[in-house]
Write a protein that binds this ligand. Structure first.
Ligand code: C2E
Ligand code: CA
Ligand code: CA
Length: 701
């Protein structure tokens, strides 16, 4: 590998040898000849050749001396020296080698041999220098890379294929709290404690994940890095597997940044863009978001959502006459009051100057929205002190419901708005539903609630009795208590119209107790007449959920002075589905009093036999919906048959309800039912009528 720029210095005192050597080397390199040995070293030092060809025996200074000089000087020490020697004796060669010579050319000079020797050494020399250049370059590159990695503002950690740390830059050291020395060789999980910002659950390290799936992994959302010193950083990270040209997996590298400040800023920014400055409440933008979310959840939960649009009556007048500052004061004041009413149950937002909106995302059939609306109205009526004087304000509210009134968030807003205008036109200080049906139903409900409260307060609920007959001897064995309410005109109102309302308003507890009390009193009067009698009383799910229920039952029975075994409580399957432990405890408490328990409406729920067996049940009532279809539908007949077999296998007494025909009666009797009730035998009737009709014809087993 000859090189034009390669230089050879030839030193010899004999002009002919010098000439000979020069002509031999000429074609290989640039030649510099020196005949005065005393100038030799200076010349070598000056030219720094790739090779020195040096005669041994010279007059002023021997070749050995010159060689010593060359090797002693750091600038020239590495230059290879070939000796030209006439006396190729062993001693000279030994001295030459010990001085650092690499080869010999013997006199008389053979041109070809000489050229080949020089050429070989020049090649070696040029390769050496190439290697050294490459080495220097590599070193420089390595240094540069290291500096780059060290100065990256992001954390960088690489791991080997086993998941152990092989590199960690200063930023990563700062964020993890591990120094390079501590981190290298440790499993990445021991160095990086990554957790989910909201749940605090441990996160899979993206570098390990990248190893697993062999492709780059994007940042895990919401990640925090907990440092060794328990400092918490919000981080965004990404990782890639390191795969060499042969496709071997060497490890993975991950890059992560501390985004704590950015996240904090973003949170602040979203708060600013989503909230109203004056009240701190969510604004229209956030409200819209929440409605959209609620609507999408509603899709699966089958619950209704309600949107109340709340407007301060005559606010413009107040604002114009008393000034904006007072206006702002009124708005913040009303906001606080409304917030108290809505609480955690909903989202209160300020959607305009004097307009608020309240989103309730769990309102069942939609009715519970009206109680919130009423509470808001009430809060708005509290006098507010302005300039030392109390002012009376009022609100107008419009309610729209999803999915009843609207198909999306925008429509909900619009419909709540038009309902709000209806409230204004009705004279303000009121609320209206968007839907006419709901508006109507709401009025009806409000009236019904007033009636019910009135009836309960005056102990004016009526209890009707429907007899239960023995299938064998057709005698009355007992009765079921069925509550009724009379309206002003003396019309009877059925329980289906007010029991759900009583459950929603909590009036069911008083109602249930009154029915039970009247039933116990009836039993007492039968007993006074010398007639034992058993009455079944319906119990609502909510009553069973009351931990003090059994105590109340005990007291009522005691007060009437009757035997607890004269009372049966009918509980529905759905009531048992409530809170298993508590319900069972209460039922056990009740049976230990001596009352019996009947499972009402059996077949309409989905409870399994093994579930029901865990409750202390005595009686199973076949729901009238099966009995009614029993003659016409094979399926209904099959169900009744199955229920009867089930009850018999559980040793439960079977009561069939809703018997309307002779054929129902015969069918149920044939299946082996014990007792039956229904219009075919007798409709429910007032207690007095029942007493006169049956008192002498009762046959209690
Ligand atoms: P339930 O417990 O299933 O009561 C039986 C219902 O079937 C009664 O309706 C009764 O009048 C009716 N019924 C009886 N025989 C026949 C028949 O042959 N054909 C038809 N079609 N119906 C018949 P009512 O009195 O309207 O009661 C309705 C529901 O109201 C009751 O269903 C019960 O769940 C509830 N209820 C009644 N009184 C009370 C009470 O004091 N407390 C509670 N929590 N719920 C009550
Ligand atoms: Ca019943
Ligand atoms: Ca029933």
């Amino acid at each position: 590998m000859e090189n034009e720029t390669q230089k050879v210095v030839i030193i010899d005192d004999e002009p002919t040898t010098l000439l000979l050597l020069e002509s031999a080397v000429e074609s290989l390199a640039k030649v510099i000849t020196v005949s005065q040995s005393v100038q030799a070293f200076e010349c070598v030092k000056l030219h720094c050749p790739d090779l020195v060809v040096l005669d041994i025996s010279m007059p002023e200074m021997s070749g050995f001396e010159v060689c010593k000089q060359i090797k002693a000087c750091p600038d020239t020490a590495s230059i290879p020296v070939i000796f030209v020697t006439s006396h190729s004796d062993i001693e000279n060669e030994r001295i030459a080698l010990s001085l650092g010579a690499i080869d010999f050319i013997s006199k008389p000079v053979d041109m070809n041999l000489c050229r080949m020797r020089v050429s070989n050494h020049l090649t070696i020399q040029s390769q050496k220098s190439m290697l050294s250049t490459i080495n220097t370059e590599l070193e420089a590159e390595k240094k540069h890379l290291a500096i780059t990695l060290r100065s990256i503002a992001d954390g960088v950690i690489s791991i080997n294929a086993a998941g152990d740390v092989t590199f960690i830059n200063p930023v990563a050291q700062r964020l993890t709290g591990y120094s390079e020395k501590e981190a290298i060789g440790k499993p990445i999980d021991a160095v990086m404690n990554l957790r989910d910002a909201s749940s605090n659950e441990s996160l899979l390290n993206p570098a390990l994940y990248a190893l697993e799936i062999l492709r780059p992994v994007a940042m895990s959302y919401n990640a925090t890095l907990v440092s060794r010193q328990n400092k918490i950083f919000r981080v965004e990270d990404s990782a890639s597997p390191i795969i060499d040209d042969e496709g071997r997996l060497l490890g993975a590298v991950m890059v992560f940044q501390d985004v704590s400040e950015a996240v904090e800023m973003a949170v602040k920014m979203t708060h600013v863009t989503n909230h109203d400055q004056l009240t701190g409440l969510p604004n229209r933008v956030l409200l819209h978001d929440r409605i959209v979310q609620a609507v999408s959840r509603c899709f699966t939960s089958k619950q209704s959502i309600a949107l109340l649009l709340i407007d301060i009556d005559n606010f413009k007048y107040l604002n114009d006459s008393l000034g904006h500052q007072i206006g702002d004061f009124v708005i913040s004041n009303i906001a606080k009051r409304l917030n108290k009413v809505v609480g955690q149950g909903g989202t209160l937002a300020r959607v305009g100057g004097d307009e608020f909106a309240c989103l309730l995302s769990d309102v069942g059939s939609g009715f519970s929205a009206d109680s919130i609306a009423m509470a808001c109205l009430q809060a708005g009526r509290e006098p507010i002190e302005i300039n030392g004087k109390p002012h009376r304000l009022s609100l107008s509210i419009g309610i729209s419901l999803y999915p009843q009134d609207a198909v999306n968030a925008e429509e909900m807003m619009r419909h709540a708005d038009s309902a709000m205008y209806r409230s204004k036109s009705l004279g303000k200080d009121t609320f209206s539903f968007f839907s006419k049906d709901l508006q109507h139903a709401m009025h009806h409900r409000v009236e019904m609630e007033i009636k019910l409260r009135h009836a309960i307060e005056n102990n004016a609920l009526a209890v009707f009795l429907q007899p239960k007959y023995d299938f064998d001897n057709k005698k009355v064995q007992g009765a079921e208590s069925l509550v009724r309410m009379y309206d002003e005109s003396g019309e009877v109102i059925g329980p289906d119209e007010f029991i759900p309302l009583a459950e929603e308003t909590g009036l069911i507890h008083q109602l249930g107790n009154q029915v039970l009390q009247k039933s116990c009193e009836f039993v007492a009067s039968c007993n006074e007449h010398g007639q034992p009698f058993k009455i079944a009383v319906n119990v609502a799910a909510k009553q069973l959920a009351n931990p003090g229920f059994a105590k109340e039952v005990e007291q009522i029975i005691k007060k009437a002075g009757i035997d607890a075994s004269s009372i049966e409580l009918e509980v529905t399957e759905s009531a048992l589905m409530h809170d298993f432990e508590q319900t069972r405890d209460i039922l056990i408490e009740l049976t230990s009093l001596g009352v019996t328990i009947a499972l009402d409406d059996f077949g309409t729920g989905y409870s399994s036999l093994s579930y029901l067996r865990q409750f202390p049940l005595n009686v199973l009532k076949i729901d009238r919906s099966f009995v009614i279809d029993m003659d016409t539908e094979q399926q209904a007949h099959d169900i009744v048959t199955a229920i009867v077999h089930l009850a018999l296998s559980l040793e439960l007494k079977i009561v069939a309800e809703g018997i309307e025909t002779q054929s129902h009666f015969n069918g149920l009797k044939a299946l082996g039912c014990h007792l039956g009730q229904g219009y075919f035998m007798c409709r429910p009737m007032p207690m007095n009528d029942f007493f006169t009709k049956f008192i002498d014809d009762i046959d209690v087993a």
